[in-house]
Design a protein around this ligand. Structure first.
Ligand SMILES: Nc1ncnc2c1ncn2[C@@H]1O[C@H](COP(=O)(O)OP(=O)(O)O)[C@@H](O)[C@H]1O
Ligand SMILES: [Mg+2]
Length: 254
């Protein structure tokens, strides 16, 4: 079992899109995958066709685990669009305050995930901030994957993330950076190329995925329809890019 957080402090950079379509890509190759939504905005949950705010979400199990009640994360497991998902709900926004005084609050998710050894990969979709939920995700993870849009401001967000990442490493020594994935990429845009070059200068080459996810409206349309991109239309650039990303992702574990 490998646990990978998909994180960046910036919103709208393709975290949720990457979580869903990487999970679908892995599943299509016969891997056993679990998606965990720890963003109170519940975009991942909703993007897989769960439209109403559900009662049994990650929030319930986090609370029970935090307050010593008997619980299992699989109590709230659902199948959405063919994928195993631990859904989020809007009330997860309250978890921050509720868990603030709990002893060992950074390790709650990690304890919940530990028994799930039957999965090959667990992908955690993080909120766009360093909240207690993001810390819980990172403390549970073996790796962090950072999607980013190739623009100047997102690059600033990445630097700030990496500073916090150093602090998280004190809580979870095994966590490593799996790499950056450039999203909404357009080779014709000078800014996109510049940011890629700057990243390549700042980090070692193998930290930047060779696959770039191109701008492709089909990715947004698929999400709106509650589907992954392969189910929606496997002939789109989005499907091609996420299929390539899946192969590159897997090659890092060989
Ligand atoms: N490569 C892409 N091309 C076009 N639209 C995209 C792409 N990736 C994501 N989107 C769209 O951009 C919006 C933000 O993406 P999302 O994955 O939700 O970002 P985050 O989770 O980082 O906030 C969504 O509407 C999504 O459908
Ligand atoms: Mg998101």
């Amino acid at each position: 079992m490998k646990v990978i957080s998909i994180a960046n402090f910036k919103g709208g950079v393709g975290k949720t899109t990457t979580a869903i379509n990487l999970a679908a890509g892995l599943k299509n190759l016969g891997k056993k995958v679990l998606l965990i939504d720890v963003d109170p905005q519940a975009n991942l949950t909703q993007s897989l066709g769960v439209t109403e705010d559900i009662k049994n979400s990650i929030y319930e199990v986090l609370r029970k685990e935090a307050f010593g009640e008997k619980t299992s994360i699989t109590d709230v497991l659902i199948t959405a669009s063919g994928l195993d998902v631990i859904p989020s709900s809007l009330d997860l926004a309250g978890a921050e305050l509720e868990l603030a005084s709990v002893y060992g609050r950074e390790q709650i998710l990690s304890q919940l995930i530990a028994p799930l050894t039957a999965y090959d990969y667990i992908l955690i979709d993080c909120p766009p901030s360093m909240s207690m939920l993001t810390i819980n995700a990172l403390v549970s993870s073996d790796f962090v994957l950072i999607p980013l849009q190739a623009e100047f401001l997102p690059l600033k967000g990445v630097r700030s993330f990496l500073n916090h990442f150093k602090l998280v490493k004190k809580l979870n020594k095994r966590i490593k950076l799996l790499g950056f994935v450039l999203t909404k990429y357009d080779e014709r845009k000078k800014m996109n190329r510049q940011v890629r070059e700057e990243l390549e200068k700042e980090f070692s080459e193998n930290m930047i995925f060779k696959t770039h996810i191109r701008s492709n409206i089909a990715l947004a349309n698929a999400q709106e329809k509650g589907m992954d991109i392969f189910t929606y239309d496997k002939n789109t650039n989005g499907a091609k890019d996420y299929s390539e990303l899946t192969s590159e992702f897997l090659s890092k574990f060989n």
